[in-house]
Design a protein around this ligand. Structure first.
Ligand code: ZN
Ligand code: ZN
Length: 446
């Protein structure tokens, strides 16, 4: 290159670098327009897909038809699709030259509950769940995620000249029982397929559509399950002195375990212990031999989690010892870790989404629910999950002013407004993926 041209080029590059934030904003706004144009022509198909998925949900690890439907959609777009990764999971790969691999995850599963939305595309389907016939409903909005996922894939292919690298779109089974992510990892998700440089996911929630919530660092809680059996000695209800009453022991435990939260845990740290089920005895005049309790334990920090586990175990043993009962069986099953949103990924993605969505893109406090998207970060992939709203603003305002309450995820009335919700899902996720490719390309240049 000629010296003068080189110095001009260097000056131009410096000028461009000094303009980078403004330039990024302009890009995000222009890209958002291009994405919206693309969605406008694709939406009727996405709407049909959404309604079909909504009307025919399937339970954890039973998502056979759902997975087949998504596989067909992705093959039609030109993705290389592998089915049955982690039982019903699927992996769709699209290569577009040299560059990073960006993963986008959707969930496949619905919930064992009856939908009561009254929508004309409401689910009336039933399935077998732990030996019982139950209704099935997409009351967590995983159908919104799937439609947005397909829409994002389609939109990104239309913008193929804007990015270089590999798209890795995965559809994960069994999120509701926090088992599907691990099943896919165990089936070689990051060994049979490229290990992604960045992983992204979205989740819908009960706030206004068009609004997006995000946060850096801890996004959801760690969830562990708790099973305790208190052993006593059965006997006649009229002669408690001849027996050891496990109902009294279990009752004491249910109350006392809350002092692990209120008296042992740092009050400024998040932690929950909920006993959700208690089973023991048959009739009023028999003291049973044993009582079973089931519960859930939620936390954000490993040290709080360890403290809760130890406190629960100690309280259970003490409750039994006080009554001269044998030691209880306490089993704490590790569920899933908190979702940790990678600060670098969030900072760069937030820059793009903030430019595109303005004050509709907002920081949220961490949620108390849990999510096995955390498993992918746990496997070493920097990741980010953000939330999109599903309801009309008027409905939110009415609820705030004493009107009917807003049904949240897992409510039988949970009913997203499909069009604006899916449009936001596709737009935000497409921009997040483009930003992820850009982050990696920039880091390589630095
Ligand atoms: Zn859910
Ligand atoms: Zn969910």
């Amino acid at each position: 290159m000629h010296a003068r041209v080189r110095s001009l080029a260097a000056a131009a590059a410096l000028y461009a670098a000094s303009l980078l934030p403004a330039q990024a904003e302009l890009d995000a706004i222009a890209l958002k327009k291009a994405i919206e144009t693309s969605i406008a022509s694709d939406y009727p198909k996405l709407d049909a897909l959404y309604r079909e998925l909504h009307a025919h949900p399937e339970l954890a690890f039973q998502e056979v038809k759902t997975a087949a439907r998504l596989a067909a959609e992705m093959r039609a777009l030109g993705f290389d699709v592998t089915e049955n990764v982690g039982r019903t999971g699927l992996v769709a790969i699209y290569r577009n030259g040299d560059g990073p691999t960006i993963m986008v995850r959707t969930e496949l599963d619905g919930l064992p509950m009856e939908e009561k939305t009254g929508l004309d595309y409401a689910s009336r389907d039933k399935a077998n769940w732990s030996g019982r016939e139950v209704f099935v409903a997409h009351s967590c909005g995983h159908d919104i995620h799937m439609a947005s996922w397909v829409g994002t894939a389609k939109t990104l292919l239309g913008l193929k000249e804007r990015w270089r690298g590999t798209l890795m779109f995965i559809a994960q089974p069994a999120e509701e029982i926090v088992a599907g992510a691990r099943a896919m990892l165990a089936a070689g998700l990051f060994t049979r397929f490229p290990k992604p440089d960045i992983a992204l996911a979205l989740h819908d929630g009960p706030f206004a559509h068009g609004t997006i919530f995000y946060r850096s660092g801890v996004g959801t809680s760690a969830a562990d399950s708790l099973e305790i059996t208190f052993h006593g000695r059965g006997g006649h209800g009229s002669a408690p002195h001849t027996a050891i009453d496990p109902i009294a022991i279990a009752s004491r435990f249910v109350v006392d375990v809350q002092s692990v939260i209120s008296r042992e845990k740092d009050p400024t740290e998040f932690g929950v212990v909920t006993i959700g089920a208690i089973h023991g005895g048959t009739v009023g005049n028999i003291i049973p031999d044993s009582v079973q309790l089931s519960g859930t334990i939620r936390s954000y920090k490993p040290e709080v989690r360890a403290k809760l586990h130890a406190g629960i175990e100690r309280t259970a043993k003490a409750a039994a010892a006080m009554s001269g009962a044998p030691a209880p069986d306490v089993s704490i099953l590790e569920g899933t870790k908190p979702v940790i949103n990678d600060p670098d990924v969030v900072a760069a993605t937030a820059e793009t989404l903030k430019a595109a969505f303005g004050d509709k893109f907002r920081v949220s406090p961490p949620g108390t629910a849990s999510e096995d998207f955390s498993e992918f970060a746990g496997a070493g992939v920097p990741s980010m999950m953000f939330n999109i709203g599903v309801y009309d603003q008027q409905r939110i305002d009415a609820a705030r002013n004493g009107g009917p309450p807003i049904p949240a995820n897992h409510s039988p009335q949970f009913a997203p407004v499909p069009k604006p919700t899916i449009e936001t899902g596709v737009t935000a996720m497409t921009l997040a993926v483009l930003s992820a490719f850009d982050q990696k390309a920039r880091r390589k240049r630095d």
